[in-house]
Design a protein around this ligand. Sequence first.
Ligand SMILES: C[S@@+](CC[C@H](N)C(=O)[O-])C[C@H]1O[C@@H](n2cnc3c(N)ncnc32)[C@H](O)[C@@H]1O
Length: 291
Amino acid sequence: MTIQHQFGGDWTRQKLDVLRKYLDAYMTIFTRNPKAQYFHTVYVDAFAGTGYQTLAEPSEAPLFKELSEPDPQAFLQGSARIALELEKPFGEYLFIEKQADHVAELERLRAAFPDRRIRIAQGDANHVLQDWIQRTDWQRTRAVVFLDPYGMQVEWSLIKAIADTQAIDLWLLFPLGMGVNRLLTREGPPPAVWERKLTRFFGTDAWRDRFYQRQIDMFGNIVEPRLANADSIKQFFIERLATIFAAVAPNPLILTNSRNNPLYLLCFAAGNPKGAQTALKIAQHILSHTP
Ligand SMILES: C[S@@+](CC[C@H](N)C(=O)[O-])C[C@H]1O[C@@H](n2cnc3c(N)ncnc32)[C@H](O)[C@@H]1O
């Protein structure tokens, strides 16, 4: 094993370890608990990839160029396959993927699991998932949704729609270093197009006052130095989630690259008020015990 293999890409393994452990615990509850057995369970992988670990597309650069580092997980299972291989499977699987060649791989994966109920939808997760949420009977359904984008593709309106079901547990990869941090320019607030992107992403423009401080300098000019650091960005996003979910893990997993720079936060939020505390306890335990 090379040094690169020992370090680069370890965050992918951490992310999928957490997901696997949570899905396993979730289905243990939903198969054993007589009240929970009433519900139809669905696992939704909205940025499903291929079923195997995939490397970033060059087109995602330059904002996301670190992802082109060699990744030791390149030949390992991806999230879709991990979910299908659970000992106690979900009642149904929904894989959403934008890219046609990835969808073709998912079709092959489906063929390898003839006893699982699997639906594959090609399209933009923001639309396909919202559409599915609207058509689902949330009196009878409980779901885990995994949002695993490369960058800032998830819009707040989707996160809100997920929370509004009060029936979904969400695992979400927050693009801390791979998006948000880079848009929060150091010398002053970002250009208008980036501002709009941040506002769409956070679902509010409150990030501006939180991350920049308006001041008058010694020459009478208005300056707005950046206040944001990794911790305050994390805190702000956790607070945003807490405005719409029943419970949110305060300890997201910080996923770092080989140089120890934070790339992503793996965040958890529970939507169902009745199950939220149990879900939170499990998620927090997994998050704080994943090396
Ligand atoms: C980080 S990869 C997913 C990896 C996967 N979860 C795994 O563990 O194997 C992100 C995937 O999202 C897809 N994608 C990017 N934008 C998307 C969008 N708006 N809607 C759906 N899929 C998208 C990409 O084609 C890529 O396959």
